[in-house]
Write a protein that binds this ligand. Structure first.
Ligand code: ADP
Ligand code: MG
Length: 730
């Protein structure tokens, strides 16, 4: 078995970086060449169709079948020119991956004589994939397996390889959402409506508000040969065993260091692919842990940014193979060192070009800025549990709350400067009618907020939800996640909050107060009510845990219990009353999450059991036997008395190894028994809890014995690539 490890290492040592040529002198020429974007639509579509599709993108209203036919014809012409032979509806089922089913453009002509390339509006707009194997949480029984995909006009079609991909939503026969995109679009719509309503207090020209997202994708790279020698990475996406490397990230010498050559080649290669797909990747750097890296684009409208994130993960996986790498998006592939997250930088922007979370130039625009900022804080305060639910899943549970990633408690950091502004508002604004002098004084204070906030450079890295000058950064999202889950909840919660705000302000105005005064009074109330969610200190500290408990903040403990928070009355009011999910959709979604959790724990338990019994125990026995032979030899040569002194240490080793082997066998057996018990529990939540509390705890225990064996057994015999090998060879 050790043969696989050593031959893998030999291969890695021989690797050379691939030569990656610049495809064009100017990268900008490459940008979006594989995307059917507006300029291409203008070229390939009749005027009427182009106008209709442009309006549809702006308003979200559907296009007619006749227009769809025209678009399909233009799209087909462009795609075939680009060498596409197939097309697919591309969607986001609830599996965390994207799905596609390719069809060729080929059809038999009506008289059946010939084959021609066709593509109709009907095929563009809607498809009916037989998709009975996607998770649906009971919405779809196999006897009514039909699901529909429907074109999302707001995300342009693109070509990957020789396939034209059409971004779509995915709904059941009965119209219920089976994907991430459908509720995301609803949440973004709700936000648009609510934010425009609030903007109207400040600027009548605002007719549309979009949410913006800039994700920062962290990932690990591992050489393909080593990956193949680690069944746990291959099947469970993370290492289930492995003694820590003596050196890993203590010296922070990898962070922002020079990027290794093979890695740079890989990055350049996938970035070129990304540009062709219109993904505006901008930043690349080494992350904290060895062999950990990050890639970030220029932010875009949320729906598009989410599509682009899903797409780039695919592109990276594909390109990595060419470079003999595997990309690990798992949130915690290696114990003891940093895991990977996907910071979601989020803001809102108006059709008039204003970033609503950016301080303005005068008291009026700054009051608008404060209004949006305080409403976001209030939304996070009131929905802290739901936000936790939106980011939790099995892999991310290994990361959250570790001493690197955001803590398992939701809180908001705004920086000391803005904190003092908020405190000042509370102390100055009165609920009585305010005097003109007081109002002027408050406005002067607000007017002074600088465009670049002083705290901007001095951010609190331990906060899960930090204000970073002109946006909030939601840092608890996991690296492998589809950002939609977090974005549905965040945008939905803020939308709901803005509606409540506007209702409250209108009510105060009705009572005879001026608009500005009404706004200030409601904001003051919100600042006071959201006090508990604001935290400027060290989010990793023990004191914060105690303090958070006192403040009544939710602390993420178990995955199933956190997922259950999707179903609280507060969560329902955001998600169901907000029109984002129906009751059935929400419940089924949580069921899907329970199921995913159960399956992921189940797979890990199986892999761990197999590896422990088939890989580790035999090697340990083998090594123990060689020690026994050695001792027997000593006795033969030196005799009964002298050998005792000589063999002392080895005897102890044998006892130790033997004890570890017995423990591993016992624990694996117990774990399997617990799994069997859990498997017959009919209720999904209870089953998930059993997996969390009864099965999962064995992982650490079993691992502990294996890792001790790794330190004892002859390095030449150890079958699995070690941490130092996986983290330091590249
Ligand atoms: P850092 O690591 O310092 O947080 P990065 O440059 O890695 O910064 O990432 C910042 C991300 O925030 C980028 O994707 C950037 O485009 C995004 N961003 C900047 N402004 C906004 C905004 N108004 N809305 C959404 N995202 C934004
Ligand atoms: Mg960041």
């Amino acid at each position: 078995m050790a043969e696989l490890r050593f031959s893998a290492l030999r291969e890695v040592f021989k690797r050379e970086p691939l030569e990656i040529e610049n495809p064009t002198a100017n990268i900008s020429e490459l940008f979006a060449t594989n995307v059917f974007d507006l300029p291409k639509m203008e070229r390939y579509l009749p005027k009427e169709a182009f106008k209709a599709i442009k309006t549809s993108i702006e308003t979200g209203n559907p296009i007619s079948r006749q227009i769809a036919d025209q678009v399909a014809t233009g799209l087909k012409a462009w795609a075939i020119e680009k060498g596409a032979t197939h097309y697919t509806h591309w969607f986001h089922p609830l599996t965390d991956a994207t799905a596609e089913k390719h069809d060729t453009f080929l059809e038999r002509t009506n008289n059946g004589n010939r084959m021609i390339e066709t593509f109709s509006g009907e095929l563009l707009v809607q498809q009916e994939p037989d998709a009975s194997s996607f998770p649906s949480g009971g919405i779809r029984n196999t006897f009514e397996a039909r699901g529909y995909t429907a074109w999302d006009v707001s995300s342009p079609a693109f070509i990957v390889g020789s396939t034209l991909c059409i971004p779509t939503i995915f709904v059941s026969y009965t119209g219920e959402a089976l994907d991430y995109k459908t509720p995301l679009l609803k949440a973004l719509n709700a936000l648009d409506k609510a934010a425009v309503r609030v903007c109207q207090y400040f600027d009548r020209d605002v007719t549309k508000v979009i949410a913006t997202l800039g994700w920062e994708q962290e990932y690990f790279l591992i050489d393909e040969a080593l990956y193949y020698a680690r069944p746990d990475l291959m099947l469970a996406d993370r290492t289930l065993m492995g003694h820590q490397s003596s050196k890993d990230q203590q010296l922070s010498d990898h962070y922002f260091g020079s990027i290794p050559e093979r890695v740079i080649a890989f990055m350049r290669d996938f970035e070129f692919e990304a540009y062709k797909l219109g993904i505006p990747v901008k930043t690349r750097h080494n992350e904290v842990a060895p062999n950990q890296f990050e890639c970030a684009p220029i932010y875009e409208e949320v729906n598009l940014a989410v599509d682009h994130n899903q797409l780039i993960m695919d592109v990276m996986r594909r390109v990595a193979r060419k470079h003999k790498f595997r990309v690990l998006f798992h949130e915690k592939p290696f114990a003891g060192i940093n895991g990977s997250g996907k910071h979601n930088n989020w803001s809102m922007a108006t059709n008039t070009g204003v970033n609503l979370l950016s301080p303005g130039k005068n008291p009026k625009t700054n009051l608008q800025f404060l209004t949006f900022m305080i409403n976001v804080i209030k939304a996070v305060n009131d929905n802290q549990a739901l936000l936790a639910a939106s980011v939790i899943n099995e892999p991310n549970s290994h990361r959250l709350g570790g001493h690197e990633a955001p803590p398992a408690i939701m809180s908001v950091f705004v920086g000391s400067y803005l904190s003092s502004i908020l405190d000042e508002l509370v102390s100055k604004v009165t609920n009585r009618k305010m005097t003109p002098a007081l109002k002027t004084d408050i406005k002067l204070g607000i007017g002074k907020i600088p465009e670049i906030l002083p705290d901007n450079t001095d951010r609190n890295r331990t906060s899960p939800f930090a204000f970073t000058g002109n946006r909030f950064e939601f840092r608890a999202v996991g690296a492998s996640a589809n950002c939609s889950a977090a974005m549905i909840v965040l945008n939905g919660a803020v939308a709901r909050q803005l509606e409540i705000f506007a209702d409250e302000v209108d009510a105060v105005i009705k009572k005879g107060r001026k608009k500005d005064e009404a706004i200030l009074q409601v904001l003051k109330k919100y600042i006071i009510e959201s006090q508990r969610i604001r935290f400027e200190g060290d989010g990793y500290s023990e004191e914060w845990k105690k303090e958070a408990q006192k403040r009544g903040l939710h602390i993420i403990t178990s995955v199933p219990d956190t997922l259950k928070l999707y179903l609280t009355p507060e969560a329902r009011s955001v998600l169901i009353d907000g029109g984002i999910f129906s009751e059935r959709e929400l419940e089924s979604r949580v069921e899907v999450e329970y199921e995913k959790f159960i399956k992921k724990v189940q797979i890990q338990a199986r892999v761990l059991g197999d590896l422990a019994l088939n890989h580790i125990v035999p090697i340990a026995i083998d090594y123990m036997t060689s020690l026994l032979d050695n001792i027997k030899g000593l006795r033969d040569v030196f005799g009964e008395v002298e050998y005792e002194r000589l063999a002392g240490a080895r005897k102890e080793m044998i006892v130790n190894i033997s004890d570890h082997i017995s423990s591993i066998k016992r624990l694996v057996h117990e774990m399997v028994e617990e799994r069997k018990k859990a498997n017959v529990i009919p209720d999904l939540y209870t089953k998930a809890i059993a997996y969390e509390n009864k099965v999962k705890p064995y992982f650490e225990e079993i691992r502990d014995h294996i890792d001790k064996l790794e330190r004892t057994v002859d390095n030449e015999k150890w079958p699995l690539p070690k941490y130092r090998e996986m983290l330091f060879t590249r």
